[in-house]
Design a protein around this ligand. Structure first.
Ligand code: ZN
Ligand code: ZN
Length: 415
């Protein structure tokens, strides 16, 4: 008898239905925490498949539970939100909402999750355990996972033995890259407000000029990574916005900076954040600012560190299903995800990719090397991001086979 994860449960799927479901989501994208329609569609399908469904978890989040006897509890996650991007794909099923687009493939994620949930329910005689399906809001806002956790995700539902998820990625359709260990960077957005004293441009002695102070801050912040973080630790600190003033002859009362910090472990992140706070505060004191500056972390993504043993098991399953050459190590990317926040401390998780670039688009991309070609095809967040529909069924199989790898196998008929 073959291992359960090699059973072709996808025969239960009707490809036309999958396409219709996906096209419908793609036509109706919704921004972070406004995924009402998407959440409704997901919830309805899960109920139809026999899941116990809870809606409104962490805002618009959906949790579906399927108990199927004693065994491990496996959580499967898809994020649901779209982006403020004007779609330029020209697809027949392009977004009907002006200025909003599923440019990160979260519509694919939801479609895969729905079909995987239905497939696992239909094939429940070959596995034992509990499947928990999570439709997460607000991934692009960096706070959707945290919102679900704050709303009791870890207490109200069966506690997980493993959390699994996948993301659509550029690359010729038909590959399933896995990264054991550190897969994605942490990212923090930080708002800084420098409070000075405004006044006439001709009388600087009666003011505390926040433009000068903020300029010192920008310059000094360049030393955080260069002088305080070891060269062996990958980290980036960018001042992406500097806003102050309205006219030539007015010294403004405040200046605002928007920073983005990327790090790959908590120690480096905490150290850099502390250095940012110290520098901003000290420069403001040095300038004689009348009130302390504000330094607020407004959105945070943690690092994504796949459990190596879990990743190895699932990568082996995917190799077995799709062929040895289809699974390779993507390495660590500078992109970020809040996926890992859904896992309670110490619970292993695995997050892999499904490549989605249509073959003709990939062929037409300039360059010989893989890296050059990657740069030449529309990636996530591009107004031209248009996954190939051939990835619909494989993305269900990756999820189903991964779940079955972690659930308890049982022979049909042995209940
Ligand atoms: Zn995204
Ligand atoms: Zn995404």
């Amino acid at each position: 008898m073959p291992a359960p994860h090699t059973l072709d449960l996808t025969s239960a799927l009707k490809p036309g239905d999958l396409e219709d479901f996906y096209r419908d989501l793609h036509r109706h994208p919704e921004l972070a925490f406004r995924e009402h329609r998407t959440a409704g569609k997901l919830a309805a399908r899960l109920k139809g498949a026999g899941y116990e469904v809870t809606e409104g978890v962490g805002g618009t989040g959906v949790v579906g539970v399927l108990r199927n006897g004693d065994g491990p509890v496996v959580w499967l996650r898809a994020d649901m939100d779209a982006l403020p991007v004007q779609e330029a794909t020209g697809l027949e099923y392009a977004s009907l909402t002006d200025g909003i687009m599923h440019a990160c493939g979260h519509d694919l994620h939801v479609t895969w999750l729905v079909a995987a949930a239905e497939t696992l329910a239909a094939g429940r005689d070959v596995w034992a355990g509990t499947v928990v399906v999570i439709g997460q809001p607000g991934e692009e806002a960096g706070s959707g996972a945290a919102a679900m956790v704050a709303d009791g995700l870890h207490q109200r539902f069966p506690y997980p033995d493993a959390l699994l998820g996948q993301h659509a990625a550029p690359g010729p359709a038909g590959f399933y890259p896995h990264t054991p260990g550190l897969a994605m960077s942490a990212s923090d957005d930080i708002d800084v407000v420098v409070h000075g004293v405004g006044g006439h441009g001709s009388r600087p002695e009666s003011t505390v000029d926040p433009v000068v102070t903020a300029s010192y801050i920008v310059t000094r912040l360049q030393t955080v990574i260069a002088r305080e973080i070891a060269a062996s630790e990958p980290a980036v600190l960018t001042v992406g916005a500097f806003q102050a003033g309205t006219s030539h002859n007015i010294i403004p009362a405040e200046a605002r900076l928007a920073l983005n910090l990327r790090t790959q472990n908590r120690r480096t992140r905490d150290k850099a954040l502390e250095a940012i706070r110290r520098i901003v505060t000290a420069e403001c004191r040095a300038a004689g600012c009348p009130t302390e500056p504000e330094v607020d972390v407004v959105s945070s993504y943690p690092v994504t560190v796949n459990d190596p043993a879990l990743d190895a098991r699932i990568a082996a399953t995917h190799r077995e299903l799709f062929g040895e050459h289809t699974v390779f190590d993507f390495g660590t990317v500078t992109g970020s995800e809040d996926f890992s926040e859904l896992a309670p401390d110490g619970v292993p998780y695995d997050f892999w990719y499904v490549t989605t670039t249509p073959a003709d688009v990939w062929e037409a991309a300039e360059g010989e090397e893989l890296r050059e070609k990657f740069a030449g095809v529309p990636g996530n967040h591009s107004p031209l991001f248009a996954p190939d529909l051939s990835v619909l069924v494989p993305g269900v199989r990756t999820l189903v086979s991964a779940a079955l790898t972690e659930l308890e196998p049982r022979r049909p008929g042995t209940a």
